[in-house]
Design a protein around this ligand. Structure first.
Ligand code: PXG
Length: 440
């Protein structure tokens, strides 16, 4: 091993080709606003706002100050049997922004934990109501719900599941994904074709017996699989089928909450209300890990039965409602409100859409998809080397254009800052065009 890579050896990177990365590492040491600073001092524009996390930009002074003050005031406090003032305040704040009827919030530390918590709540809800036979969970192909055993099982990203296939949760099935490039290529916003794919849930109701199904979980706009906005009418139909069969509908809003769709929650933008919502990422602008699960009152109320001295839900994490994370969350909510972030996001959508779709004529590009400030440019795989184009584009953007972009195989994904500068956005796409032109 070369000297350059020795010091990296101890570090096993997540979701990364470690050996390839360590040959020529890309290490960030600082960030401010819309830019990172690399180890060698180079400033890089961040087209992914963290990892869908940091819509307000990096190191927002108000959030930094809140975290600094909190860590000196109350560094930690258990939230089992006692709790802290910031967790209480943040729960109230978040439910205040949520759709009507979501009055309760359970804290976790990540999206993966939020998803597993939501699945457990769904099972507990049915049990509490005397429908303990409802144990089946339904996900969707290409869904990403984190990497814990529950989320991985309802998730539908094949490579994430493959190595663990014998140990996935039993009783899980998946409805079909909604990507149909044949009919919907280069759609702007929600695609027109595909509402009928929701009928796949009816098929699973018939197959498994709908009275055995506890919940269906979907991302309202699938994110990490390469941005799949729901076809017009699709989510409405899922809601109808769930209602008809007593099945809980879970929206995994880890990406779509907090302004990505120009509203506090994607459910509000899309006009379809689930029963349970999972969040993370934008809850603290990515500054401190934190997630949460919001539930409809009917779900919460089902647990609040029996003796008052009894624990209603045997679940929680050491760091659920961590005071420093909660302080970051409160400051983040303040900034969203004070800076009118969700309105800013709305005002950027058309510009973002136009920039993305300017790639429609590119020789490598087979589809462009977008909704809100979520976007993807899908390239055809190079013959015999799937993923090579995406990976080369990522590296070239970093080294040649001072740009951090995200690729999943040959699909480039975009999560611009909610307060992006339209010129910077334009320049970043001009740079990406140069890179795509230069790769084979
Ligand atoms: N649900 C959804 C919808 C997510 O997008 C998770 C759950 C899991 O969250 P944690 O905090 O446990 O990672 C996510 C995470 C990508 C990408 O490239 C997206 C995520 C994770 C890794 C990569 O789009 N989202």
């Amino acid at each position: 091993m070369s000297a350059a890579t020795d010091h990296l050896d101890a570090y096993w990177m997540p979701f990364t080709a470690n050996r390839d990365f360590k040959k020529k590492p890309r290490i960030i040491k600082a960030a401010s606003g819309h830019h990172y600073t690399a180890n060698d001092g180079t400033r890089l524009y961040d087209t992914f706002s963290g990892l869908w996390t940091s819509g307000l930009g990096h190191c927002h002074p108000k959030i930094v100050a809140a975290v600094q003050a909190q860590v000196a005031e109350l560094d930690y406090c258990m939230t089992f049997q006692v709790t802290n003032d910031k967790a209480v305040a943040l729960a109230e704040r978040v439910v205040g922004m949520a759709p009507e009827g979501f009055s309760h919030c359970f804290f976790t530390n990540s999206g993966s934990e939020s998803v597993d918590t939501a699945l457990k709540i769904a099972l507990g809800y049915h049990g509490a109501r005397g429908e303990g036979n409802r144990t089946r969970l339904i996900g969707r192909e290409r869904g990403y719900h984190g990497v814990n055993f529950g989320g991985m099982s309802v998730g539908g990203i094949a490579p994430n599941r493959k190595a663990f296939s014998a140990c996935l949760l039993p009783g899980v099935d998946h409805i079909r994904h909604t990507l149909d490039i044949g009919q919907n290529a280069f759609s702007r916003g929600l695609p027109q074709h595909g509402a009928n794919l929701a009928e796949d849930l009816v098929r699973l109701c018939t197959l498994h017996g709908s009275s055995n199904i506890a919940a269906v979980i979907v991302e309202p706009v699938a994110g990490s699989t390469g941005v799949l906005p729901p076809p017009v009418g699709y989510l409405e139909r899922l809601r109808e089928i769930c209602d008809a069969h007593g099945i809980l509908l879970i929206f995994d809003e880890v990406i779509t909450a907090f302004g990505r769709l120009a509203k506090p929650f994607g459910a509000q933008r899309l006009g379809v209300l689930p029963d349970i919502i999972t969040i993370a990422k934008g809850l603290t602008n990515g500054v401190i890990p934190m997630g949460a699960v919001l539930v409809r009152d009917s779900v919460y109320d089902a647990f609040m039965q029996g003796p008052e001295s009894m624990i209603e839900l045997f679940h929680g994490y050491t760091y659920s409602g961590h005071p420093v994370a909660a302080a970051a969350g409160l400051a983040t909510m303040d900034v969203y409100e004070e800076e009118g972030t969700f309105e800013q996001a709305a005002s950027l959508e058309q510009h973002f859409e136009d920039l993305l779709h300017s790639f429609s004529d590119h020789k490598h590009v087979i589809d462009v998809r977008n909704f809100g400030l979520m976007g993807a440019i899908e390239m055809a795989p190079r013959k015999g080397a799937p993923g090579a184009r995406g990976s080369e584009a990522h590296k070239k953007c970093f080294w040649d254009e001072n740009l951090v972009i995200r690729n999943g195989m040959d699909t480039l994904q975009f999560s611009p800052f909610l307060n992006s500068d339209p010129d910077e956005m334009q320049q970043s796409f001009a740079a990406i065009r140069r890179v795509l032109d230069s790769i084979e």
